[in-house]
Design a protein around this ligand. Structure first.
Ligand SMILES: Nc1ncnc2c1ncn2[C@@H]1O[C@H](COP(=O)(O)OP(=O)(O)O)[C@@H](O)[C@H]1O
Ligand SMILES: [Mg+2]
Length: 460
């Protein structure tokens, strides 16, 4: 292998410095897209050679091949590829460890591409055989192509943290939540929409008038009232935006995610349940609270960037001091409260669709009245329980009657069931939970990751 590289480079090329670029692992699919486009450009010939390295070897440096020294037992092989999602329904075969033997206007030179592996989590591209300035130009050209072809632009992505602490991005399907499925008082939903979607519609006019586009929206209220649900609705509407979703541990990655969002703007960054990390310390050298990092990242973003931050929390009281000390990060805070009688009526209708309910007007009114003080997710769960009650009496399901609905309601409202309610996240007052205790996971809050389907192959 060393002989192959040295043969391509010749004596002069072998004497040049090797230039290395490190990239975050999630860039692997963009790098491959860039390499595919770059290799296909006119006047360039690229031969791809796979490098097989026995397990337990961390990786190689191109310098080792150029000098032929300190080499692990390597073998030339067909290039190994890892099939990575490059969209919500497609994948791209990406080189794992390969040499690219290039001939173009700059001469003959070699690229070594090394994807993240068990032993080393970084993605690296190295150039050998060119003067440093020219090697940098090659890397710069690949940067431009990566940016232009970025597969994450305009997509809905869940941000994760790998066990090694690196940021990962998973494509999600577009949420199907429609406006009429979001049961909130009209002025509340209207205000949220105006802030999130309205600015987008007036982007050009706002910029022309010298007004900033960056904005922060805080949705707060008890668990199970629809904060996540509303965020899903907004994300479903904001097609064309790069949409990044951070929950739990991944909130600590807010700094690098904000940078990514700026590169891929217009973008939305949804920070779910920020109170859960409010007091956590980040891994950084300062060990500052994650919440501060989060607010600083929001502030660091360029004001003229078309960025929307949506924060959700069950504990606005915990956030208030931090927000008050850093004004301007959140410009609109909207309380999502417990549903009023009208909303409860609409929720019963919404979640009762498809259920063979046999209720009189009076039964419905009684259910609405008796459920005063519960959350929206409680009513959703109530209908599920009523169906179960009906199935218990009669299988297959024929009708869900007043008896079934009220039995389910009695059971859920029973004071001895408060732990069950907490576990279901259907009507618990977060203020009664000790600070820092895990919050209940709301029913049906899961975001569905797209499994991805096999698709295109790398092209060189
Ligand atoms: N305002 C609402 N309108 C319609 N459905 C709702 C509403 N609030 C909650 N739900 C239902 O309850 C589930 C849990 O609510 P969620 O949005 O996760 O609550 P949280 O406010 O804790 O984020 C949602 O997936 C949705 O099905
Ligand atoms: Mg939520």
């Amino acid at each position: 292998m060393a002989a192959l590289v040295q043969g391509v480079l010749g004596e002069a090329g072998t004497a040049e410095s090797v230039v290395t670029r490190h990239l975050p692992p999630f860039e692997q699919v963009n790098l491959q897209s860039a390499l595919n486009a770059w290799s296909a450009e006119k006047g360039r010939q690229v031969e791809v050679r796979g490098v097989a390295l026995p397990p337990h070897y961390g990786g190689i440096m191109l310098q080792q091949l150029v000098s032929g020294e300190g080499l692990p037992p390597l073998r030339l092989s067909a290039p190994g590829v890892v099939d990575l999602p490059d969209g919500p329904g497609s994948t791209l075969a990406c080189l794992r460890l390969a040499l690219l033997l290039v001939t173009d206007a700059a001469g003959r030179y070699v690229l070594l591409v090394q994807g993240p592996s068990e032993h080393q989590q970084e993605l690296t591209v190295e150039v050998a055989g060119l003067p440093v300035g020219q090697a940098q130009s090659v890397l710069g050209e690949l940067d431009r192509l990566r940016r232009r072809l970025n597969v994450y632009r305009g997509q809905l992505l869940e941000v994760g943290i790998t066990p090694m602490g690196a940021v990962s991005l998973t494509f999600l399907d577009r949420p199907a939540t429609s406006r009429e499925q979001v049961v909130l008082p009209e002025p509340v939903l209207d205000r949220i929409e105006r802030h999130a979607l309205g600015v987008a519609a007036h982007r050009a006019a706002l910029t022309a008038a010298g007004q900033h586009l960056k904005r922060g929206l805080l949705l707060f209220g008890p668990p199970g009232t629809g904060k996540t649900h509303t965020a899903r609705y907004l994300l479903g509407q904001m097609t064309g935006y790069t949409r990044l979703l951070l929950t739990g541990r991944s909130l600590a990655a807010v700094g690098s995610v904000t940078e990514l969002a700026r590169d891929l703007q217009p973008a939305v960054v949804v920070l779910e349940d920020v109170d859960l990390v409010a007091a956590d310390r980040s891994f950084g050298p300062g060990g500052s609270p994650v919440l501060f990092d989060l607010l600083d990242a929001m502030d660091g973003a360029a004001p003229d960037a078309d960025l929307l931050f949506v924060l959700t929390t069950n504990r606005a009281d915990l956030l208030e001091p931090a927000l008050a000390a850093r004004p301007g990060r959140v410009d609109v805070a909207v309380e999502i409260g417990l549903p009023d009688a009208d909303a409860r009526q609409r929720l019963l209708e919404l979640y009762g669709r498809g259920v063979p309910l046999q209720l009189t007007e009076a039964d419905r009114d009684a259910a609405v009245e008796r459920s005063d003080g519960v959350t929206a997710s409680f009513l959703k769960e109530l209908l599920r329980r009523a169906v179960l009650e009906a199935l218990h009496d009669h299988h297959p399901l024929t009708a869900v009657t007043r008896q079934h609905l009220f039995r389910a309601l009695d059971d859920l409202l029973d004071s001895t069931q408060s732990v069950t309610r907490t576990l279901l996240g259907v009507g618990v007052d977060p203020a009664t939970l000790p600070v820092g205790s895990p919050q209940p996971a709301p029913v049906g809050a899961g975001w569905v990751a797209h499994p991805g389907r096999p698709g295109r192959r790398y092209r060189p």
